[in-house]
Design a protein around this ligand. Structure first.
Ligand SMILES: O=C(O)CCC(=O)C(=O)O
Length: 386
């Protein structure tokens, strides 16, 4: 017989997790794996950092994004939240105006019930979140729905496109996935205080677990640029080293833990605004319903090795009928080239990142309103999800 989870209030949830948070934070301090994003003179990522990331499956780069850029990102996100439809299926915002995003082919906003876990225990997203997290009761005056994700940051916000062309972050992508790395997708996780939902324990990758050439890096990685200071109560949690151990049996892990989602050995990745986390897409990770008083916004975007993507079929948000051939990968990779140029035009003194697959093609991908229509609009229909 299925045991019905107890119904708990947001306050009880917050109090109940305190000890776990404390323990996790202590373990995180011991492991470390955080500090400035250091490149060598030749522009390559410091080997120690790369090794630490490969060993643990995560790293926190401190103070990467400057305060002006963070302000611009916050302001664009605030605008997108102001102009969001009032809920699923609505086409007007809270002021009765036409909501943002209706001229894009793929919806910009994902809504959920406050403090819920939309994917845990469902077959959604390849069934990769097998166990549902605790879903505390929101306050009585909470809205019926809250924005959980904002998609397509490169088309929805100019600051998002510029962030995508960040030279330090692209140098990390090169160090991890090779000079010819390719895009994955982007999603902004929105965790409003008292409303933000949880993301159940999962590993991101779904396609390559049984590949003959499987290795810990085969499903790529995600960056998360943090727009606000975050805490163990609203940030991402990971189990260090789990990316090296193959596909985890999450159901058994939870069952053997007294049916508790508070898995042992997990650590939080609390950040300051402007910090950037990197997480291997095979690391076991989750985040809890945000019953804390603090907002967390995480601009999430990932990159793959070219060899993992070419010849693969679509997964997750992409239909399995989509085949990632050279042309599809080239077309989606154009967004990196345009983002680099958009950034360069905005921050002319910054060293421009040289993206190897587009060396010599820079003039064809100069940022302009025309290229927005040709390359950026609806670019996310070609996301390379594996
Ligand atoms: O940042 C979060 O809260 C969840 C992120 C996550 O699970 C993911 O990017 O796969």
């Amino acid at each position: 017989m299925k045991v019905k989870p107890p119904i708990i209030s947001a306050r009880e949830h917050a109090i109940g997790l305190k000890q776990y948070f404390h323990k996790g934070a202590k373990l995180a301090k011991q492991i470390g794996n955080r500090g400035p994003l250091k490149l060598n003179k030749d522009g390559k990522l410091h080997n120690e950092i790369l090794e630490a990331f490969k060993r643990e499956g995560f790293y926190v780069f401190e103070g990467v994004i400057g305060s002006q850029e963070i302000e611009e990102l916050r302001s664009d996100i605030d605008g997108l939240l102001e102009r969001a439809p009032v809920g699923r299926g609505s086409n007007v915002d809270k002021f009765g105006r036409p909501a943002f995003g209706q001229d894009f082919k793929r919806g910009t906003y994902t809504f959920i019930k406050p403090l819920s876990d939309p994917w845990g225990g469902t077959e959604l997203l390849g069934g990769r979140h097998p166990v549902q997290m605790t879903q505390p009761l929101p306050a009585e005056d909470a809205p019926k729905e809250t924005v959980h994700l904002i998609g397509g940051m490169c088309q929805a916000m100019n600051s998002g496109l510029r962030l995508y062309g960040h030279p330090l972050l692209l140098s990390v992508a090169e160090a991890v996935n090779g000079k010819d790395f390719v895009p994955f997708n982007e999603a902004v996780f929105v965790k409003q205080p008292g409303l933000g939902g949880s993301v159940a324990w999962h590993q991101d990758g779904v396609t390559h677990w049984n590949a003959p050439d499987w290795d810990p890096g085969i499903h790529g990685f995600n960056f998360q640029v943090q727009l606000y200071d975050s805490t163990p109560a609203n940030c991402l949690w990971v189990i260090p080293g789990s990316h090296r151990q193959g596909r985890a049996d999450i159901k058994s892990l939870v069952a053997n833990n007294g049916n508790s989602e508070l898995l042992p050995g997990a650590i939080p990745m609390p950040c300051k605004a402007g910090d950037v986390t990197i997480a291997n897409r095979q690391i076991l990770h989750c985040s809890f319903a945000n019953t804390s008083p603090d907002l967390r916004i995480a601009m999430t975007f990932g990159f793959h090795r070219r060899s993992s993507v070419i010849g693969a079929h679509g997964a997750l948000s992409q239909g399995a009928d989509l085949f990632y051939d050279e042309q599809t990968v080239f077309e989606r990779s154009r967004v990196i080239a345009v983002a680099i140029d958009a950034r360069q035009q905005y921050f002319p003194k910054e060293k421009r990142y040289q993206y190897q697959p587009f060396v010599g093609l820079e003039d064809d991908y100069r940022w302009s309103p025309e290229i927005y229509e040709r390359v950026i609009r609806d670019y996310n229909l070609q996301d390379l999800a594996i």
